[in-house]
Each structure stands twice: as structure tokens, then as C-alpha cells.
Design a binder for this molecule. Structure first.
Ligand code: ZN
Length: 127
């Protein structure tokens, strides 16, 4: 595989991951039930934490309103809601989120090659 820049690896992986999450949730907001092709892939623990950025359990489909207006403006309520949904898995993810990835390229290339991020055919916009 030829060298791809890290931002590009992230962008592609994000796109594939987002599609997979939204497909899992049938493009339906898991908070309010709205269904359309514009729904977002929201992260329980911030996607700035690379260690959990591509964990399926760390992502959830939300509509624009529930993602931007609700989850971002009411982070405590959102966290409680996620904890209720995920149970013990929530704490596992919380621990995992604290892991620092020292080699982002290796990490991303592994994700890139993993089964979960494999299907590449998509033109949908990411969030
Ligand atoms: Zn919603």
C-alpha cells in the first residue's frame, strides 16, 4: 500500500465508519426516531480520542437536531443517556478513551485494513 497521509487516512476511515454506524441504526436517530439520509454518526466519547474513534459501540446515529443541539449543548444529559444505553460497556469505553495512541499511522492503517472499515463504496457526506 502506498503511503497515504494521516489526515486522508482519517477522513476515509471516518467516512466508512460513519456509514457503517448509520447503516447499523437504519439511518434512524436513536434519540427521537427521525429517519433520513442526513442523520449523523455521533460519538459517545469524543472522536478526538483516536483509541475509540472507530469503536462501533462508541458511535450512535443521531439527527442533526439531537446531535448538534442536544448532545453538544447538554453533554451531561447526553452522557447519562449513553450510559443507560451501553451499561457496563460505557465504562469500558471510558477507560479505552484514555489510551493514548502513540503511532497514529499504524493504528489507522490497521483500521483501514480491518474488516469493519473495508467496504469503500459510498458518496454520503460524513459527520
Ligand atoms: Zn433526533
Amino acid at each position: 500500500m502506498k503511503k497515504i497521509s494521516i489526515p486522508r487516512l482519517k477522513k476515509e476511515a471516518d467516512k466508512r465508519f460513519s456509514l457503517e454506524v448509520r447503516t447499523r441504526d437504519k439511518f434512524t436517530c436513536q434519540k427521537c426516531g427521525k429517519q433520513n439520509k442526513h442523520v449523523h454518526c455521533a460519538h459517545v466519547f469524543s472522536r478526538n480520542r483516536l483509541s475509540v474513534r472507530y469503536e462501533m459501540d462508541n458511535a450512535i446515529t443521531l439527527c442533526y437536531y439531537c446531535h448538534i443541539i442536544w448532545s453538544h449543548r447538554c453533554p451531561v444529559e447526553f452522557a447519562e443517556w449513553c450510559r443507560d444505553r451501553l451499561g457496563d460497556r460505557y465504562l469500558e469505553l471510558k477507560t479505552q478513551a484514555d489510551i493514548i495512541i502513540t503511532d497514529p499511522r499504524e493504528f489507522l492503517e490497521n483500521k483501514w485494513n480491518s474488516q469493519s472499515l473495508k467496504p469503500a463504496v459510498t458518496t454520503t457526506t460524513e459527520h
